[in-house]
Design a protein around this ligand. Structure first.
Ligand code: ZN
Length: 152
């Protein structure tokens, strides 16, 4: 496994749509393992393949107990939208409020090309939508609707 470099806004790869995964081979498993190590190292909650310059429809999320792997994900239901504070490893120094679903249902494939469906709420639902956006070349800062309210 290896920690890969996370690319940042300005790199045109982050603005492009990713391709579906069609081959589930050792190379793809290495990609997933490297993404896991890179995510752990970054301290983030989620990471999408284009963030390390790999233009494939793959993202991972860390719910604190396990790391979820999504290959060719599709959000089949998203509801209960609310405004939540957000940032991105590829857009350093920027944070803002973004409207995100508090509930999502996602279809995806495992590293063994087994299809599955998973449901998430709260931060994981927000993260899933954020990472899925990366696969379509969408960065969160284009969705910022306001500054994060200051606490006092
Ligand atoms: Zn991001």
């Amino acid at each position: 496994m290896a920690i890969r470099e996370i690319i940042t806004k300005g790199n045109e790869l982050l603005d492009k749509k990713c391709h579906k995964v069609t081959v589930f081979d050792r190379r793809m498993w290495t990609l997933l393992d490297d993404m896991k190590e890179t995510l752990k190292d970054s301290g983030g909650v989620g990471l999408a393949a284009p963030q390390i310059g790999i233009m494939r429809r793959v993202f991972i999320m860390d719910d604190g107990e396990q790391i979820w792997e999504f290959i060719n994900p599709e959000i089949i239901e998203a509801s209960d939208y609310h405004e939540v504070p957000e940032g991105c490893l590829s857009v350093p120094g920027v944070q803002g409020m973004v409207s995100r679903p508090n509930y999502v249902r996602i279809r995806g494939m495992s590293r063994d090309s087994e299809p599955f469906v998973a449901e998430f709420t709260g931060l994981m639902a927000q993260c899933a939508q954020h990472e899925n956006d990366h696969l379509d070349g969408i960065l969160f800062d284009s969705k910022i609707c306001g500054p994060i309210p200051e606490e006092d």
